[in-house]
Design a protein around this ligand. Structure first.
Ligand SMILES: Cc1cc2nc3c(=O)[nH]c(=O)nc-3n(C[C@H](O)[C@H](O)[C@H](O)COP(=O)(O)OP(=O)(O)OC[C@H]3O[C@@H](n4cnc5c(N)ncnc54)[C@H](O)[C@@H]3O)c2cc1C
Length: 309
């Protein structure tokens, strides 16, 4: 119930107005988002890479409804890639892109514009010596996003996909994408989805995650295990062993600020671990999805909201 309420609040403009008046340094926001600017993102990346981790960066923004906004997001990614390259970090840091942030939802021209914009980011990433992964958003965008992925992979086969274990369709999508060179991030899924398309019970989502992971680990591609769930991390390591995969032929991924000690422990044990760093002014939707995953964080969040007034 609370999870659904928080995910609904993520779409409320009134609540958004109140929450976004908090400076990003508010303790709760800061825990999940290291800052609003390219420099903040590059600095946070350097700290993690120096600690033996890899990084993927997301310039926050979604529901872009005009071309100028989409263009500003592309420019932010180009600036970021230049910053990473300049700092000598691009080998260990890639970028994650939400197609909705670069125009996918615009009437009529959306998917075409988003594909063209993504192509510009892929080209800049390749020039910098790194890669792009296309984030997964709500289920109404899955077909369009996978179609853009197919287009991009013709020229940039290194482009990564994201699949969400809570969708019934995902085991089939894993089979289709488990081919050589195909980088696939598997996550549980963060949106409020109806039962027509998605498992509703945590237990069913976890079982689906394991089935999907088996397909990816047994396949020819490069699985990216995106979860903080201790049971799934253990199962992933066991499956990697079962299918004869060495560390580096798959990787673990976790979000900035969540289970940082576990990220370090896995990396120290020889695993490849990538941390997803979101940054930028539009942190509201991202923050609400993180709160929905951990309603126990809500008290802390409300307290820091009140103390800002
Ligand atoms: C690298 C990465 C990329 C992602 N990309 C996408 C994407 O493109 N599309 C999409 O829909 N979703 C994405 N997600 C989010 C994902 O779908 C889940 O919503 C999120 O990871 C929580 O699921 P979990 O597997 O960690 O398991 P959970 O069962 O939610 O959590 C397991 C444990 O992790 C810890 N934990 C989890 N969340 C929090 C939190 N917010 N605060 C504190 N502790 C926490 C707790 O100890 C919890 O018991 C991504 C996640 C990661 C890690």
């Amino acid at each position: 119930m609370l999870r659904q309420a928080l995910l609904l609040l993520a779409r409320s403009h009134r609540v958004k107005d109140i929450v976004t008046r908090m400076p990003v340094s508010g303790a709760m926001v800061n825990r999940y988002v290291p800052g609003e600017h390219t420099d903040d993102a590059v600095s946070a990346t350097k700290v993690l890479i120096d600690g033996g981790l890899h990084v993927t960066l997301d310039f926050l923004g979604e529901d872009t409804l005009d071309e100028a906004h989409a263009e500003a997001t592309v420019v932010a990614y180009l600036d970021l890639l230049e910053g990473l390259s300049h700092a000598g970090l691009a080998r260990n840091a890639e970028v994650s892109v939400k197609l909705s942030a670069i125009g996918q939802a615009l009437p009529e021209i959306g998917p075409k514009l988003a594909t063209e914009n993504a192509r510009r980011i892929c080209r800049a990433a390749r020039n910098a010596g790194t890669t792009v992964t296309l984030d997964a958003e709500d289920h109404t965008t899955t077909d369009s996003t996978l179609s853009t992925l197919r287009e991009l992979r013709k020229d940039f086969p290194e482009t990564g996909a994201v699949l969400q274990a809570y969708l019934y369709r995902t085991e089939q999508d894993c089979r289709a994408l488990a081919y050589e060179g195909s980088r696939v991030r598997l996550c549980k899924g963060a949106y409020n989805e109806p039962e027509e398309v998605a498992y509703q019970e945590r237990h069913d989502v976890d079982k689906s995650y394991v089935r999907c992971l088996k397909v990816l680990m047994a396949g020819e591609g490069y699985p990216m295990v995106a979860s903080h769930d201790p049971r799934l991390v253990k199962i992933a390591a066991a499956l990697a062993t079962r299918y004869g995969r060495m560390p580096g032929t798959y990787e673990f991924q976790m979000l900035f600020g969540i289970r940082a000690e576990e990220q370090k422990r896995l990396a120290d044990a020889g695993e490849k671990v990538r941390v997803y760093i979101p940054y930028g002014e539009e942190w509201y939707g991202y923050l609400m999805r993180r709160l929905a995953e951990r309603p126990s964080n809500l008290t802390f969040f409300l307290r820091s909201l009140v103390s800002q007034k």
